[in-house]
Design a protein. Structure first.
Length: 259
């Protein structure tokens, strides 16, 4: 789909590349998909087009309600990442779904002398409250150079208010956060995303805030968060001492108020 300004939107059927669908896959489907992707990527390079990619199931590691998962068959993920790396200068955005919670991810290749960043992925919660979270959508802002998104604003739909309302027209959409102002993500380039994710390792308070925003909750909705603490800390570490340190830290910040 041509979006104007020399930008093209490509929608990729990643379901055929997912390991959960492997027993049902037509073995020819991935071959056709990759042939089509290579054709479109090559054409974009020849014509100097910018590409925005969208597909349902993201590649890479993502935290879900049941833990950290990878969704794609490894050989398909490796092949796709190789193409993303080769054509990274043409790709200005990758947007996916599937996890039912918001999130960001990117790929980094360490060459020893330096790191190469590519494949910055943004996942949105969309309309499904699959894990009792609020659904939502995001609006992305680009600069004039169209290299990558600068930031995004995420909006959320308050399920409880809407369920309690007797007025059918009440939808209660509200602005939840700005990725740059509220989460300190410098930009949504692959490097900007990885720098942000690396910063979460040393800042439990920031990590908790990120978890809340991913679920479509505001930072002061502590009463809904208590049940998530153990899951969050289990995701962060398997070491017993570090686990209890994480739990205590999160409960402390809940009491203090993350304003």
């Amino acid at each position: 789909m041509d979006l104007g300004n020399n930008v093209q939107l490509l929608s990729i059927n990643s379901i055929h590349l997912c390991h959960r669908n492997l027993p049902l896959n037509d073995i020819q489907a991935p071959k056709f998909i990759f042939a089509w992707i290579l054709e479109k990527f090559s054409e974009a390079r020849k014509t100097n087009k910018k590409l925005i990619l969208t597909y349902h199931i993201p590649q890479g590691l993502f935290a879900t309600a049941v833990g950290v998962e990878t969704f794609w068959v490894k050989k398909y993920e490796d092949n796709f990442n190789a193409l993303l790396r080769k054509y990274k200068d043409n790709i200005i955005g990758i947007y996916t779904g599937h996890t039912h919670v918001s999130g960001v991810n990117a790929t980094v290749k360490d060459h020893g002398s330096g790191k190469e960043y590519y494949a910055g992925v943004v996942v949105n919660r969309a309309v499904s409250p699959h894990y009792t979270n609020n659904p939502g959508f995001a609006v992305f802002r680009y600069g004039d150079d169209l290299k990558h998104p600068l930031y995004y604003d995420e909006y959320t739909f308050d399920i409880e208010k809407s369920y309690d309302s007797t007025e059918p027209s009440h939808t209660f959409w509200s602005h939840l956060y700005n990725s740059k102002k509220d989460m300190n993500i410098a930009d949504l380039s692959p490097k900007g995303i990885m720098d942000f994710l690396d910063s979460l390792e040393a800042d439990v308070k920031k990590y908790l805030k990120y978890i809340l925003f991913r679920l479509g909750m505001k930072p002061y909705e502590y009463e809904q968060l208590n049940q998530l603490i153990e899951d969050v800390c289990t995701e962060r570490t398997t070491k017993k001492a570090e686990y209890f340190k994480c739990v205590n830290a999160l409960r402390f910040y809940m009491k203090q108020g993350m304003r």
